[in-house]
Write a protein that binds this ligand. Structure first.
Ligand SMILES: [Zn+2]
Length: 279
């Protein structure tokens, strides 16, 4: 199995990728444009100008202004393994073999190569709601402290019987949290993943998730412990069978969620009592 990979594509990963892509591409004309997916292979935005690159939860929106097509957006999702690579012309891009390339957007100084991207689509910028309109408030959006957090709390608490570990991953309730930050947040707040949402302190959990993701969004590491050594950078995520960094109890795992969305969940049975019987 390949999980957990070197970096999980959660909201902070997309935020950092969008920031770097924006710095490299925004305001500049596209010198080469290719989408290597059958239904989009004929889309050509060569000569268009990149208006900006925006993260929305775990989605990325690359906006163009094109003389023929007008204001259009390339939408992509990283899922478990996608990434964008930035390299200088002629330099090795890394990131995997050529057959995993899904998109190429070059300008005079930069090559942006999209590897293993999912849910690629091109649509009018005015229609972006069709691909991101279902999402809850983005935990890394600048408006999070304003209207965002209150709306996320309202959406999560609307279903008090649901397990909190599922609710935190539901992108329709709050956008950006993935399996890593879900697990680490629940550990730090001593909350079992199977706790009913109505029995959990949702505002406190969201504040912790926000703090962790905010702390990691500007650099490639995803440390929740303040340490970066392998096996020490997370409290529970990816540490099945290893001793809890707080109490030495072995970390346990189980699948949680409906089949399509089910994810492995890590927790410490001593620090986070409750939930299913330990396997
Ligand atoms: Zn523990």
């Amino acid at each position: 199995m390949s999980w957990p990979g070197p970096r999980m594509p959660e909201g902070d990963t997309v935020w950092l990728a969008a920031k770097r892509m924006n710095q490299a591409l925004a305001g500049r004309p596209v010198s080469r444009f290719e989408l290597r997916t059958p239904t989009l292979a004929l889309v050509d935005l060569t000569g268009a100008t990149v208006v900006g690159v925006a993260p929305v939860g775990k989605h990325m929106l690359i906006r163009f202004e094109d003389a023929a097509a007008g204001a259009v957006t390339l939408h992509s999702h990283f899922r478990m393994d996608g990434s964008w690579r930035l390299s200088r012309p002629g330099a090795p891009r890394g990131g995997g073999p050529d057959h995993q390339i899904r998109a190429i957007i070059d300008n005079a100084d930069w090559q942006a190569t999209g590897m293993r991207l999912h849910d690629l689509s091109v649509l009018a910028t005015a229609d972006e709601h069709r691909v991101v309109g279902h999402l809850g408030p983005d935990i890394l959006h600048e408006d999070w402290a304003g209207a965002g957090v209150a709306e996320a709390i309202r959406r999560i608490e609307a279903n008090p019987a649901r397990a909190i570990g599922e609710a935190l991953l539901d992108q329709r309730l709050v956008a950006g949290i993935g399996n890593l930050y879900k697990g680490e947040t629940l550990f730090l707040e001593r909350t079992n993943p199977w706790t009913a949402t109505g029995d959990a302190d949702v505002p406190r959990l969201l504040a912790t998730a926000h703090r962790l993701m905010r702390a990691n969004r500007d650099h490639p590491e995803q440390s929740t412990t303040g340490r970066t050594a392998r096996g020490q950078d997370h409290w529970v995520y990816g540490r099945s069978g290893a001793p809890c960094l707080r109490c030495r109890t072995p970390i346990v795992t189980a699948y949680q969620g409906d089949r399509a969305q089910e994810r492995i969940t890590f927790w410490c049975p001593t620090c986070q009592p409750g939930g299913p019987q330990a396997p």
